[in-house]
Design a protein around this ligand. Structure first.
Ligand code: CP
Ligand code: NVA
Length: 315
């Protein structure tokens, strides 16, 4: 089932989906599906027995924290929650020193923080794998779980049309990277001033060309949604943008996934949202609770996808 040698993952960081080839991402998803099947049938899989994951959080989290912690437990290891407020990093200790100290004590670090550069710096100074649990720029673990969810529901990934409606944020960026690698046709519809980063769009376009997919950024949500197999949205104001919430609410009016928008998609389309959702803003209650929504399968798959990442890089 898994065609590439899993040894190529050992010791690697998981910071951006762009760092991985299509075969490598397929391999991680296959391992995730295997681990999910083992978990469902009660087969123990203590691949990381005796290992510890340090989890640094300088932003809030429900899914990421719980899935990494439970994932380590299911893999026979242990996870340490390190709040940015409590560790010395929050009082000015450098990321370089934090990286070297933690590297002497734990076997991997998951970090959720604001600055993407901080994660790159952590990886530069650490001698253990660094996993990106969300930055202002990217959310790769979420999109790995998203790709796994789409594959489970649609049977394949290449050739599907994914329409993302909303902010050109960390989710949009990782969907561009992940979609491009896996040969999807990704269309992002965002209002002017809230488009995804041009550099990321260009990198994704180059990747899409190699992998048979395509990348487009448009203004009109209905243009994006037409014939789409997968609809995706995320909050209009991300963590750290709370003060912009009112301005953003006005800017994103019309960028909502509701029943009328859903009708323009392929009738068999599925709806994804990374959660947490702001019902009545980027998505209606009716759609998120509707039969086409797969948001809770998607949330569950964070656990399985991240177990695969940890098992492969920390083994
Ligand atoms: N989707 C996601 O990353 O959720 P949390 O912020 O709850 O971790
Ligand atoms: N774009 C959102 C994603 C949350 C999982 C944020 O960064 O807050």
């Amino acid at each position: 089932m898994i065609e590439i040698d899993q040894a190529i993952f050992k010791g690697r960081d998981f910071i951006s989906l762009h760092d991985f080839s299509q075969d490598e991402l397929s391999c991680i998803i296959n391992v995730a599906r295997e681990l999910k099947a083992q978990q469902k049938t009660g087969r123990p899989h203590p691949i990381l027995q005796g290992k510890t994951l340090g989890m640094i959080f300088t932003k809030s989290s429900t899914r990421t924290r719980v899935s990494f912690e439970v994932g380590m437990y299911q893999l026979g290891g242990h996870a340490l929650f390190l709040s940015g407020r409590d560790i010395q990093l929050g009082r000015g200790e450098t990321i370089a020193d934090t990286a070297r100290v933690l590297s002497r004590m734990v076997d991997g670090i998951m970090i959720r923080t604001f600055s993407h550069q901080e994660v790159l710096d952590l990886a530069q100074f650490a001698s253990i794998p660094i996993i990106n649990g969300l930055t202002d720029l990217l959310h790769p673990c979420q999109v790995l779980a998203d790709l796994m969810t789409i594959q489970e529901h649609k049977g394949h990934l290449a050739g599907l049309k994914l329409a993302y409606i909303g902010d050109g944020n960390n989710m949009a960026h990782s969907l561009l990277f992940g979609g491009a690698k896996m040969g999807l046709h990704v269309v992002i519809a965002s209002p002017p001033g809230y488009k995804p980063d041009l550099g990321i769009v260009a990198m994704a376009q180059a990747d899409a060309k190699t992998n048979g997919g395509s990348i487009e950024v448009v203004d009109d949500p209905l243009e994006a949604v037409r014939g789409a197999d997968v609809l995706y949205t995320d909050v209009w104001a991300s963590m750290g943008q709370e003060e912009e919430a009112i301005v953003r609410k006005a800017a994103f009016k019309g960028y909502q996934i509701n029943s009328d928008v859903l009708k323009k998609a392929n009738p068999s389309a599925i709806v994804l949202h990374c959660l947490p959702a702001h019902r009545g803003e980027e998505i209606t209650d009716e759609v998120i609770e509707g039969v086409q929504s797969v948001v809770f399968d998607e949330a569950e798959n964070r656990l399985h996808a991240q177990k695969a990442i940890m098992a492969l890089v920390m083994k």
